[in-house]
Write a protein that binds this ligand. Sequence first.
Ligand SMILES: [Zn+2]
Length: 141
Amino acid sequence: MEEKKCVFCSIVSGEIQSHKVFEDQKFVAVLDIFPITPGHTVVFPKKHYDSFFKIPSMDRIQLFETVARVADAVLKGVDTDSFNLFVFEGKNANKTIFHEPQIHIVPRFANDGLNFNPPRGRYAEGQADQVYRKIARFLKG
Ligand SMILES: [Zn+2]
C-alpha cells in the first residue's frame, strides 16, 4: 500500500509547524488548526499507526494518561471545567487524517453554540437483545 505523506507525521517531524502544547518520547499534543472551540487539542502517538487497534496496549494506557494530563492543562488554560473527548476511527467516522489513535480534547463553554446531541433512536422489540448478544460474545471468555 502506498504511504501518502501524513500530516501528523509531518507535524511530529516539524515539517509542518504547529503549536505543540506537549511532547515526550512517544506522544505529542497540538492545537487543532481548525478548532471546534478555542483550546481544541489533538493528542496522538509520534509513531504512525493506521488504526486505533494497532497501537500496543501499554502505549494505549500511556496515551490515555497523557490525554488526562493534557486535558487538565487545557481546561485550566482556557478556564473551563468541561470538555468532550472524540476518537475518530474508520472511514465512516468523518476522518480525514489516518494517523491513529488521535484523541481530540474539545473544551466546552457555557453558550458555546455546540450541540453534540444527535437524534437518538429506540430499539425495536427484541433488537437490544440481539445487538447485546452480537457484541457480548466477543467479550466473554
Ligand atoms: Zn502519520
